[in-house]
Ligand binder design. Structure first.
Ligand SMILES: [Zn+2]
Length: 88
């Protein structure tokens, strides 16, 4: 019980540790966390402190898909009918 670290109220990425929530493997502590998206997730404190877990998982879903879908949008007299790849 000597190396318990109180993470209450601390934030790790998108997660904020709310309270201790039982024990995990290797005598580690689990923490109930609230994600910035509103979801709750129980995370091993080791993962929090090492930065392995930074969200409830929602960050993984925010894929870097920044390609705008211009299909069927009209620019002047041009109409985009399909994605034709990148210009060189
Ligand atoms: Zn989330």
């Amino acid at each position: 019980m000597s190396n318990k670290i109180d993470l209450t109220g601390k934030t790790f990425g998108e997660l904020k540790a709310l309270k201790e929530n039982g024990r995990g493997n290797n005598r580690s502590f689990l923490w109930l966390c609230k994600c910035s998206c509103g979801n709750f997730k129980t995370v091993n404190g080791i993962y929090l402190r090492h930065g392995n877990t930074k969200s409830c998982g929602c960050l993984l879903h925010k894929s870097p898909q920044n390609k705008l879908d211009l299909t069927n949008k009209i620019f002047g007299r041009l109409k985009v009918t399909k994605w034709a790849g990148k210009n060189k």
